[in-house]
Write a protein that binds this ligand. Sequence first.
Ligand code: 5GP
Ligand code: ZN
Length: 110
Amino acid sequence: MSDDCLFCKIVKREVESRFLFEDDICVVFKDIHPAAPVHLLIVPKKHIRSVNDLISEEESIVSHLFMVARDMAKEQGVDQSGYKLLFNVEKGGGQVIFHLHLHLIGGWKR
Ligand code: 5GP
Ligand code: ZN
């Protein structure tokens, strides 16, 4: 937990957000400024700043985020049409919330 981290506050339900999924490792909620018809954030409960800060013991957390993303894509009906999975890393990579999160983006009509 980082005291002034928005996603830690969302994970602890100190900031309002509706979870589409939750387990021991992560939560999933909609991005507040969606970049596509489907834009979910898959967020580990553990505070990790970015991909740069991952340690080997956290490898299973990252693989779990991808498996949850796969399931959420199916649940949202974009698994066959296709989607993007994205980690922004640090400022130059577009990261603005410094708590690791995987973007699931899709649902475009093509
Ligand atoms: P980043 O650019 O750090 O990879 O992505 C952060 C994402 O969090 C952005 O897409 C932004 O729209 C989203 N976001 C920022 N604040 C909130 C919030 O309070 N609630 C939700 N649901 N999403 C947020
Ligand atoms: Zn955090």
